[in-house]
Design a protein around this ligand. Structure first.
Ligand SMILES: *Cc1c(COP(=O)(O)O)cnc(C)c1O
Length: 387
C-alpha cells in the first residue's frame, strides 16, 4: 500500500471531486503533509506523543480460550487500550500536530457516533486549538454522552440539520465550513475517505498500527506471520492501518468486514460522494442511501477509495456480517477472554466465528479497533435478562 498516483488515485478510485474553492486548501494540505512526513522532527514528535499520551505501542494478545473453542489461533491487536478507547487517536494526533505546524488555530470535524468528535476534541484540548464538531441532529439525540464529552473537552457541537441529519450531512457541513474558514482552520477528517490527500494521509497516520502488529507477530510467531488479518470497515481507517503492515506479504489474506446494512463494497456501486470516487450504497436513482447497523460507528454509506482498489484487484476481500452475528461475537469475547469489544470491532470477530471451519488451524489476527464501554448501555437494552 504505497502512495496514490499524482491525481490522488488508487487504481481508478479516489481523486479530488470538490468545488474549485476547496482545491487550493487541499493542495496546501497535501504539500504540508508531504513536507512534515519527511521531516524527522515532525515524525519523532508524533511518535513521542503516541507513546506518552496515547499509550502506544498497543499490545498483541493471544486469545487462549476463544482459540480453543474455535479451533483457530486467534490474536488481537489491542487498539482498545489506547487513550480515548480506539485507533482514532493515531489520526487525530497526527492531524492536530500538522494543523499546528501549518499555523492553524482551529479544528473542524464531522462525527457520526461521536467517537471521532471526541478524539478530535481531545487533540484540540491537548494543543490548545479551538474545535467545532458537526454532528447530525439525529445522531446528537442518539449519542448524548459523546455530545457531553465533546463539550466537556471544550469543543462546540454544531448540529447538522439538513438531509437525513446524520453523518453524511455532517461531512457536507464540515466541508462547507472549511471552505469559508480555511485561513485559520484545518478540517480533521475521521477516516480514509474524502478528497485527496485525506485517504492517503489518514492511512499514513494509522500505519503505526500495522507496523507494530507485524513486528509483534514476528516476535510471537518466531519470525512467521498470521495467515489472515481481519478488521472491521466503516470508512476503513483501522483496516487500512493494520493492512498496511501486511499488504506486501502476499501469503497473508486481508479481510475487511462490513455490516450487512452498510456493505458498500459488497452491495454498492462506484460513485462519487464526499469528494472521492469509490464504492458506495446508492438507490436505483443514484441517491446515496443510509447505512444502518447495530454499531453507529460503521454507519457510513461509502468506503475509502483504497479499499475499493484492494477489492477490485483481489488483494483484500470484503464480506459482511449480520447484527445477530455481531451480538454473539460481542458476548463471546467478553466471556472467554474478559475483553468487551466495541460493536464495530465485534464485526471482525463475528466473521472469524462464522468462518471457523474454513480457518481451521490458521493463525488469525483481528484488529480490536476499540473498547466496548460505549456500547454497554445499548447492549443492556438489547440483551436485558437474557444473559
Ligand atoms: C470509528 C470506529 C470504527 C470505524 O472507522 P474506520 O475508519 O472504518 O476504522 C471502527 N471501530 C471503532 C472502535 C471506531 O471507533
Amino acid at each position: 500500500m504505497g502512495k496514490p498516483g499524482p491525481d490522488g488515485r488508487f487504481g481508478g478510485f479516489g481523486g479530488r471531486f470538490v468545488p474549485e474553492t476547496l482545491v487550493p486548501a487541499l493542495q496546501e494540505l497535501e504539500a504540508a503533509f508531504v513536507e512534515a512526513w519527511a521531516d524527522p522532527a515532525f515524525t519523532s514528535e508524533l511518535d513521542s506523543l503516541l507513546g506518552s499520551y496515547a499509550g502506544r505501542p498497543s499490545p498483541l494478545t493471544e486469545c487462549h480460550r476463544l482459540s480453543e473453542e474455535l479451533g483457530v489461533r486467534l490474536l488481537l491487536k489491542r487498539e482498545d487500550l489506547n487513550h480515548t478507547g480506539s485507533h482514532k487517536i493515531n489520526n487525530v494526533l497526527g492531524q492536530a500536530l500538522l494543523a499546528r505546524r501549518m499555523g492553524k488555530s482551529r479544528l473542524v470535524a464531522e462525527t457520526g457516533a461521536g467517537q471521532h468528535g471526541v478524539a478530535t476534541a481531545t487533540a484540540a484540548a491537548l494543543f490548545g486549538l479551538e474545535c467545532d464538531v458537526y454532528m447530525g441532529e439525529v445522531d446528537m439525540a442518539r449519542q448524548e454522552l459523546n455530545v457531553f464529552r465533546m463539550r466537556l473537552l471544550g469543543a462546540r457541537v454544531m448540529p447538522a440539520s439538513s438531509g437525513s441529519r446524520t453523518l453524511k450531512d455532517a461531512v457536507n457541513d464540515a466541508m462547507r465550513d472549511w471552505v469559508a474558514t480555511v485561513e485559520d482552520s484545518h478540517y480533521c477528517l475521521g477516516s480514509v475517505m474524502g478528497p485527496h490527500p485525506y485517504p492517503w494521509m489518514v492511512r499514513e497516520f494509522h500505519r503505526v498500527l500495522g507496523r507494530e502488529a507485524e513486528s509483534q507477530c514476528r516476535d510471537l510467531l518466531e519470525g512467521g506471520l498470521p495467515d489472515t488479518v481481519v478488521a472491521c470497515v466503516g470508512g476503513g481507517s483501522n483496516a487500512a492501518g493494520i493492512f498496511s503492515g501486511f499488504a506486501e506479504h502476499p501469503e497473508v489474506d486481508l479481510v475487511g468486514v462490513e455490516p450487512a446494512g452498510g456493505a458498500a463494497v459488497g452491495h454498492g456501486v462506484p460513485g462519487i460522494v464526499h469528494g472521492m470516487l469509490s464504492y458506495l450504497m446508492q438507490d436505483e436513482w443514484g441517491q446515496v442511501t443510509e447505512a444502518e447497523s447495530i454499531s453507529a460507528g460503521l454507519d457510513y454509506p461509502g468506503v475509502g477509495p483504497e479499499h475499493s482498489h484492494l477489492a477490485e484487484t483481489g488483494r483484500a476481500e470484503y464480506p459482511s456480517v449480520t447484527d445477530d452475528e455481531v451480538v454473539e461475537a460481542f458476548v463471546s469475547l467478553s466471556r472467554t477472554e474478559g475483553i468487551i469489544p466495541a460493536l464495530e470491532s465485534a464485526h471482525a470477530l463475528a466473521w472469524v466465528i462464522r468462518e471457523r471451519e474454513r480457518l481451521e488451524s490458521c493463525t488469525v489476527l483481528v484488529n480490536l479497533s476499540g473498547r466496548g464501554d460505549k456500547d454497554v448501555d445499548q447492549m443492556m437494552g438489547l440483551l436485558g435478562d437474557r444473559l
